[in-house]
Design a binder for this molecule. Structure first.
Ligand code: ADP
Ligand code: AMP
Length: 218
């Protein structure tokens, strides 16, 4: 099963992709997570990507396609249970590259889940997000606070705020999403792949909606 998760920044793609990957035994691939790791490690990719990420802009397509293409091919050679793509594709060129990658491996795209969320709620989720430096777990100051302030419940690591989660950059990212990524929904809708899921409500409610939306149709 190969799934693409779409939806604005803050919609809950990362949160839900982790849950679904575990439940359905899929490889969770998030270019954002991979890029932040590259920035932390100071690799050439990290250095190239950082300015774009800090400005809330998309990283150039060729860098992203190489990054994700490499991981998908590795997966091919490995477990081959399928992938859940969270934050890729984000442009038409990336979507076309994904079609080629999946065609190469002879595996179709099964569904494109579009998690919807009003802009103001997305801004609240982004500005309140905190991430663990140790294990990458996600928290929210109001919706999912850690037991001890600034400390990860799971590994005890310190929590930090992403540099692109300030209100100003969050709003630019939402605008970039509207302009560059949202048009992909009609690209996939023409192929009958899109399942709309309401992203409001708590994490469990949204997971239930996703699981229902991913069940094979009648
Ligand atoms: P995305 O990957 O789409 O940018 P995340 O999964 O990182 O979004 O979620 C953004 C923030 O909102 C995180 O702080 C997360 O803990 C929180 N969050 C995710 N889903 C929900 C939800 N259903 N209700 C409340 N907060 C949520
Ligand atoms: P995310 O973790 O999905 O919120 O992504 C954080 C940032 O990483 C984005 O604002 C972009 O700068 C970059 N990024 C993530 N995914 C992509 C992608 N598919 N194409 C281009 N840039 C991306």
């Amino acid at each position: 099963m190969n799934i693409v998760m779409m939806g604005p920044p803050g919609a809950g793609k990362g949160t839900q992709a982790k849950i679904l990957a575990e439940r359905f035994d899929l490889l969770h691939l998030s270019p954002g997570d991979l890029l932040r790791e590259a920035v932390r490690e100071g690799t050439e990719l990290g250095r190239k990507a950082k300015t774009f990420m800090d400005a809330g802009l998309l990283v150039p397509d060729e860098l992203i396609v190489d990054l994700i293409g490499g991981r998908i091919r590795e997966e091919e050679a490995g477990r081959a249970r399928g992938v859940i793509l969270d934050g890729f594709p984000r442009t038409l060129r990336q979507a076309e590259a994904l079609d080629e990658l999946l065609e190469e491996s002879g595996r179709p795209l099964d569904a494109v889940v579009n998690i919807t969320l009003p802009v103001e709620e997305a801004v609240r989720r982004l500005t309140g997000r905190r991430v663990c430096r140790g294990c990458g777990a996600n928290y929210h100051l109001l919706y999912k606070p850690p037991r001890a302030l600034g400390v990860c419940d799971l590994c005890g690591g310190p929590l930090y705020q992403r540099t692109d989660d300030t209100e100003e950059t969050a709003r630019s990212r939402l605008e970039v999403y509207r302009r560059e990524t949202e048009p992909l929904i009609s690209y996939y809708a023409r192929r009958g792949l899109v399942r709309e899921v309401d992203g409001r409500g708590n994490v469990d409610t949204v997971t239930d909606r996703l699981v229902k939306a991913l069940r094979p149709g009648p």
